[in-house]
Design a protein around this ligand. Sequence first.
Ligand code: KE4
Length: 426
Amino acid sequence: MRAKSEQLIERARRFIPGGVNSPVRAFKGVGGEPVFLRSGEGAWLEDVDGNRYIDYVSSWGPMILGHRHPDVVAAIRKQAQLALGFGAPTELEIELAERIVAAVPGVEKVRLVNSGTEATMTAIRLARGFTGRDLIVKFQGCYHGHSDSLLAKAGSGVLTLGIPNSPGVPEAIASQTLTLPFNDAGAVRRAYAAYAGRIACLILEPVAGNMGCVPPLPGFLESIRQSTQEDGSLLIFDEVMTGFRVALGGAQARYGVMPDLTTLGKVIGGGLPVGALGGRRDIMDHLAPDGGVYQAGTLSGNPLTAAAGIAMLDALNDDFYVALEERTDTFAAELRALCVRHGRRATVNQVCGMFSIFFDAPERVTAFEHVANANSDAFARFFHAMLERGVYLAPSAFEVGFLGAQHSQDVLDATLAAADGALAAI
Ligand code: KE4
């Protein structure tokens, strides 16, 4: 029963567009009404009706240590006794920046901001300012936040310049964005041949997480690194989701491909609002105040977020990810086996700490079209069947499930038991 959630969404819709402060939360991707949550601890959530769930949304990625990790809460409490913010430099920002630079191989300097959108928007502006070029390249199915240049979609032909992907995005801006098929290195080579010397940057999620989990094909990242390098165009890894998720140093460490710029978010803020842009020192020094590329933010690097981020990063090390990868792989394999046992055609993709299930999809899901043609209705039924069995998945077939320290074997076993029942029911 979720009577109080049902009352609250009615009340919310009177004051908040769609009743939510971010669209995916409205459950439009799976139908039904959203669950209003009240508390979390470790792997567990409790909603306003007292129902409990095992959580795989993890606040969309930040809670890699579980909800209310004591070290993170203690760090926030301690800082809150001193001050909530100044709008002036603090030592905490240096300590967080030092930890990011030490962990992420392609980052020599880093600017903290308040969201992933701010980070990617700034990365695009910095790439344009540094190269003096206007065009950018992104991939279908990759999401980088909601700045205008990144809300563009492919025009009629693969190599035609973009068209707006949302009302309010001017044609003039969308037409500066080229959208290519993910995992298609040939399309990237052809784009750089067609627009030689005109592309400021290529931005991608090195492991796609916004079309479900779609890892890079072998050689794909290396190939786009070469195409961008040869053209003098910048390579931006949007690691807002994969940063401190798929490895301590993110996807760039995992796959050994170094971008020129990296965007981060989620985990580095310990659960508080955050984003970050980092990269080569010679590029980053073009940012104001030393350089001419403008970027600013009232609460950028605020001490609460910095304190929480430091506490979270201090709990992470290479051994953490070895164990997390092992649990993720085992969980995905057991979920696959359950689908086979139930005669349900499904593909489960996973990379350390993140997974997705695609129903009635090709055996290998490596491209956006594979995801777009998967059975999202079956996913919606699976989502609700799992919710009824106390498992809270992301309410969209185009999102991922996150595993963290909190997903112990007994939590994963309980999840698989719920999946066994859910697969029988849908
Ligand atoms: P924010 O502006 O939402 O902090 O970050 C945007 C962003 C940028 N890059 C990547 C790779 C991202 O995944 C995101 C945001 N992720 C979504 C979940 N897929 C946030 C959830 C939401 O939009 O409510």
